[in-house]
Design a binder for this molecule. Structure first.
Ligand SMILES: C[S@@+](CC[C@H](N)C(=O)[O-])C[C@H]1O[C@@H](n2cnc3c(N)ncnc32)[C@H](O)[C@@H]1O
Length: 294
């Protein structure tokens, strides 16, 4: 079943909803019970689909620790998906209030269904989010890739990333940590096949998506945040894409019954592109831990 939703007035919002307002039933089939749509941490002996949930929870627990979120009063998750991190923070890490931002109304409905009184979800862009009560920690897990449009010229993109880090800094208490997982691009020559695949990603599936270069992010955060740690974990996202592809292949008929052949084929193509571009080291997936300057 496809969710039919009226178009918003903002093309960037529509571009995000095109992908994230496919039905929650379809996403449950793709992502499994953990409902995480980002890289995971597998142990070498584990199978991708067999340990998908463990790999995701392992990542979330490490992120919570890196951000010093244990027993925090208030924590922010920017681009919160189906709320798994918000739920984990409040049930396993003693967080009293977890606030999530998403542009997807179907994700918000799913999180409401978790019925967790410590979670607040807002269908709101990071660019519009303000808070009187500051946060003790923040996360942004494989969502930044949607935040700055590839249609902007490079100088304007830099300004937009600066605005993003400014927004996060303003929302955090001094010294509070921000843990970010994001794909980045390497400056590398592109084959014709890769160019066609990137065109599909940017024009059809994730319109206007810009995968940044690491230097764009570090420049944009300079002076606002102190770098604690930067780690390239490209395999974490490549493995997750392969796990989702395996799940989709195993349940293809049901996926087609839910969303139709066209949607399933789109997902197969985009997941394969991300998997191989990460494996070929064209894209990275960086874990960045930074602390708001006091
Ligand atoms: C790949 S999903 C990741 C979700 C979640 N962090 C996870 O790891 O499962 C990207 C998320 O970013 C959200 N998003 C995209 N653009 C946004 C924006 N401008 N403001 C807030 N959230 C946004 C989407 O709605 C979606 O929830």
């Amino acid at each position: 079943m496809t969710t039919v939703a009226p178009r918003s007035v903002d093309p960037e919002v529509d571009a995000v909803r095109h992908h994230y307002e496919v039905s929650n039933e379809f996403y449950a089939l793709l992502l499994g019970p953990s409902m995480m749509y980002s890289g995971g941490y597998w142990d070498p002996e584990e199978t991708l689909t067999g340990a998908l949930d463990e790999a995701q929870f392992r990542k979330l627990d490490l992120f919570a620790e890196l951000a010093g979120a244990k027993d925090a009063a208030r924590v922010l998750d920017i681009g919160c998906g189906w709320g798994t991190m918000l739920n984990r923070l409040t049930t396993e890490h003693g967080v009293r209030e977890a606030v999530g931002l998403t542009l997807s109304r179907t994700q918000e409905a799913f999180i409401t269904g978790l019925d967790n009184p410590r979670i607040t979800t807002r269908v709101e862009s990071w660019a519009d989010h303000t808070t009187d009560e500051k946060y003790d920690a923040a996360f942004c897990i494989n969502a930044l890739e949607h935040f700055v449009s590839s249609n902007l010229p490079p100088r304007e993109r830099t300004k937009r990333y600066r605005f993003f880090f400014n927004q996060v800094a303003k929302a955090l208490n001094p010294g509070a940590k921000f843990v970010l997982h994001t794909m980045t691009a390497e400056a590398q020559p592109m084959s014709r096949e890769l160019l066609a695949d990137l065109k599909f990603l940017q024009r059809s599936e994730f319109e206007g998506m810009h995968i940044p270069h690491l230097h764009e992010l570090t420049a944009a955060a300079e002076g606002l945040f102190e770098v604690v740690e930067i780690v390239n974990e490209r395999e974490s996202f490549a493995q997750a894409c392969r796990a989702w592809l395996e799940r989709l292949a195993a349940e293809r008929d049901r996926a087609v019954a839910l969303e139709g052949e066209e949607v399933v084929a789109r997902f197969e193509r985009y997941l394969d592109i991300f998997a191989y571009t990460l494996e070929d080291k064209f894209f990275n997936n960086f874990r960045v831990t930074i602390a708001r300057r006091g």
